[in-house]
Design a binder for this molecule. Structure first.
Ligand code: NAP
Length: 307
């Protein structure tokens, strides 16, 4: 417990299910300690079918704000009073806060957190013309939307469920990106027939996955393949395609270095795990609901201690 909790202490929380493994309380309570804020941050286990009640509870109890994680990031949207454009485009919320004192608002800082972390690792990141994203789930949506909005011209989505990737591709195309959709594990292009059924389906065929990976300056694993306790797993990409000059990111931070990152490093790539993104999305969330700048160093130190 935060030392000195008293009658005036403000309460913040992360909602999710399961929630026991979340690092949010350690990261944000370290921030409160550093800033000597009279606040506490707790983790609340909320199942999807109790989410509406939970949001009503947040309002009724006067909680100050916080975060949402799997599986509530999309489900919470109807219960909020509004969401930002970024959250609308990503289709998910990871942070909620009070706007103008009376409206509970949702934002998504995952994509912006990814970009901030990526630019710290590689200041020229957005000069790259092409990126490959492995996966097309929630994290991939956040990363891809942020990259497309920041002007990344060419994106390749590689996913098991092609329909999901095509849906995301259509959205990214509306943001001005040229998008290639490829399947696991063979890297086949989406068949024209599949995209033609959809009115806006313009996902590119043409270049093969090999060529797309070779010419990309950024490769991001957004799948959980390689996450503890399945550390022997690795995205089924031909890792021989990776080469020096590329920044290879794995959103996983447990373990700190996945098999995917180890292999990329062995091929001379610069690598980054998911911890800097976790930090940066947290820094942006903190600004939203605490209304002040986050103590980045203190948060980073605490995260590193726990991973
Ligand atoms: P999600 O919405 O469930 O998406 C998971 C993605 O991985 C989907 O594209 C899924 O493919 C793919 N996938 C899962 N198992 C697979 C398998 N066995 N073979 C091939 N593809 C597989 O999850 P998410 O929220 O995007 O999270 C994904 C990862 O990102 C997790 O490891 C999470 O911890 C991490 N993450 C990190 C941060 C951070 O701050 N560092 C933030 C958010 C998420 P299908 O569509 O074919 O099912």
């Amino acid at each position: 417990m935060q030392p000195g909790v008293k009658g005036t202490t403000k309460v913040f929380a992360v909602l999710g299910h399961p929630i026991g493994h979340t690092l949010s309380p350690v990261m944000y309570n370290a921030a409160f300690r550093e800033l000597k804020m009279n606040s506490i941050y707790v983790a609340l286990d909320v199942e999807k079918d109790r989410l509406e009640e939970a949001v009503k509870g947040i309002k009724a109890l006067g909680m100050q704000g916080g975060n949402v994680t799997i599986p509530l990031k999309e489900a919470i949207i109807p219960y909020l009073d509004g969401i930002t454009e970024e959250a609308r485009l990503i289709g998910a919320v990871n942070t909620f806060y009070w706007k103008e004192g009376e409206k509970l608002w949702g934002d998504n800082t995952d994509g912006a957190g990814f970009l901030a972390a990526g630019r710290k690792a590689e200041p020229q990141l957005l000069r790259e013309k092409s990126a490959v994203i492995l996966g097309a789930g929630g994290a991939a949506r956040a990363v891809a939307v942020a990259l497309a909005r920041a002007g990344m011209g060419e994106l390749t989505l590689v996913n098991r469920n092609l329909e999901k990737a095509v849906t995301l591709a259509e959205q990214l195309e509306k943001l001005g990106a040229k998008v290639y959709v490829r399947s696991w594990p063979k890297g086949e292009a989406v068949k024209r027939a599949a995209t033609e059924e959809k009115p806006t389906g313009r996902s590119e065929t043409g270049a093969d996955l090999e060529e797309l990976v070779k010419r990309s300056g950024l490769v991001v694993n957004t799948t959980p393949l390689g996450m503890a306790p399945h550390e022997e797993a690795c995205p089924p990409l031909d890792l021989a395609l990776l080469h020096p000059g590329q920044l290879v990111v794995d959103l996983i931070y447990r373990p700190k270095e996945t098999l995917f990152l180890r292999q990329a490093k062995a091929r001379g790539c610069r690598v980054m795990n998911g911890l800097p993104m976790l930090l940066e999305q947290g820094v942006l969330s903190f600004q939203r609901w605490a209304g002040t700048d986050a103590p980045v160093e203190a948060m980073w130190k605490e995260l590193e201690r726990w991973v």
